[in-house]
Ligand binder design. Structure first.
Ligand SMILES: NC(=O)c1ccc[n+]([C@@H]2O[C@H](COP(=O)([O-])OP(=O)(O)OC[C@H]3O[C@@H](n4cnc5c(N)ncnc54)[C@H](O)[C@@H]3O)[C@@H](O)[C@H]2O)c1
Length: 338
């Protein structure tokens, strides 16, 4: 077993979550030593064991909350942290409308705490999990990194805008480089089916809802809106395989980028809800029970990004397509039932 206590480390906050766990695997594959912080508010401790199994590596884990500054200081004293990837946050758009303070507290105060602690330590890079929600409903598609921030009605979207603004200011005076990665719609799971998305309760996102309906855990999938101004009337998103997304984080640590960089991480191709359902039906070889209902308040008709800047800066582009995303999401769902 690989165990190197004095190697410089990458700190992953929220590293037992859906995206963080995949980032952990890609980092270890590329020879990084990692420390994970997570408060398990939206993940399970068993993910740590799965990560060790998958990578054959001992992983340092610190149970705690990014809002607890003394806890963070302790972590920075115990390990030599060279890079930070900050994923820990609340992410449910709808919930954020009902619990705005909770979202501002964790997403914004959590970030500020981490940045305060970093002031007393040497780090090379700070990578932040941002989102395409910062663009709101853009006037032109695809969105590029110079598309201005738009009106994003949810507190969740606003926290991502605020965090990027804070990071932009801090980057002007910090000794480390800051990278905001604007994720489009991460879906799928690791091909080993050892890690994937673990939605608590009723899923907010399309793909877990599809796979749970396919597995018989939900009676029917509701497709919100069939009358959008899109080719088949359903909403369009830029889905990206979570493993592709994870590999961009590793590349972002490698390359010198300057004080502050924001990058779109998507495939550059939009798929409608009906196209996603069709891809699932082909992969799972079944007909999905779905019905088209009214639009959901706050949903955008269409968004997809231009990922060419990420290729230019990181030499990164998504390799996996919609079929891969659906195959791995379905395999993961089937594994959960066992
Ligand atoms: N999944 C998406 O569709 C998506 C899209 C764009 C951006 N993002 C962002 O990516 C990041 C990761 O998202 P995810 O999908 O993996 O979510 P997730 O909920 O699966 O993972 C987040 C992890 O952070 C932990 N966490 C939450 N609050 C914490 C706190 N106060 N202290 C310590 N740990 C805490 C949770 O327990 C969880 O393990 C988030 O910042 C999210 O906003 C996600």
């Amino acid at each position: 077993m690989h165990y190197s206590g004095n190697m410089k480390k990458v700190l992953l906050t929220g590293g037992l979550g859906y995206i963080g766990s995949h980032v952990a695997v890609e980092l270890i594959k590329q020879g990084h030593d990692i420390v994970i912080i997570d408060d398990l508010s939206n993940s399970e401790y068993t993910v740590l064991g799965r990560l060790s199994e998958l990578t054959g590596t001992e992983i340092y884990f610190e149970l705690g909350d990014v809002r607890d500054i003394d806890f963070l200081k302790g972590v920075f004293q115990r390990y030599e942290i060279e890079n930070v990837i900050h994923l820990a946050a609340k992410k449910a758009v709808g919930e954020s409308v009902n619990k705005p303070l909770h979202y501002y507290d964790i997403n914004v105060s959590g970030l500020i705490n981490l940045l305060k602690v970093l002031e007393d330590h040497q780090a090379k890079k700070f990578v932040f999990s941002s989102s395409c929600t910062v663009y709101g409903q853009p006037e032109f598609l695809p969105v590029t990194e110079s598309t201005p921030f738009g009106d994003t009605p949810s507190p969740y979207g606003k926290t991502k805008q605020m965090c990027e603004q804070i990071l932009g200011s801090v980057a002007k005076v910090a000794r480390y480089e800051v990278v905001s990665l604007r994720y489009f719609n991460p879906v799928g799971a690791h091909h080993s089916s050892k890690i994937g998305e673990l939605p608590k309760g009723v899923p907010n996102n399309l793909v877990p809802f599809i796979t749970q309906t396919g597995a018989g855990l939900r009676d029917q999938l509701k497709v919100f809106g069939g009358d959008y101004d899109t080719p088949d009337g359903t909403a369009i998103r830029d889905y990206i395989h979570v493993v592709d997304l994870a590999s961009a984080h590793v590349k972002a640590l490698k390359v010198d980028l300057g004080p502050y960089t924001a990058l779109n991480l998507g495939t550059g191709r939009g798929y409608s809800v009906l196209e996603v359902i069709k891809a699932f039906e082909e992969v799972a070889d079944m007909k999905l029970n779905y019905s088209i209902v009214d639009r959901r308040v706050g949903d955008l008709p269409e968004i997809y990004g231009d990922p060419s800047m990420a290729y230019k800066k990181l030499r990164w582009k998504a390799e996996l397509g919609l079929t891969d995303m659906m195959r791995d999401a379905w395999k993961w769902q089937q594994g959960l039932a066992k």
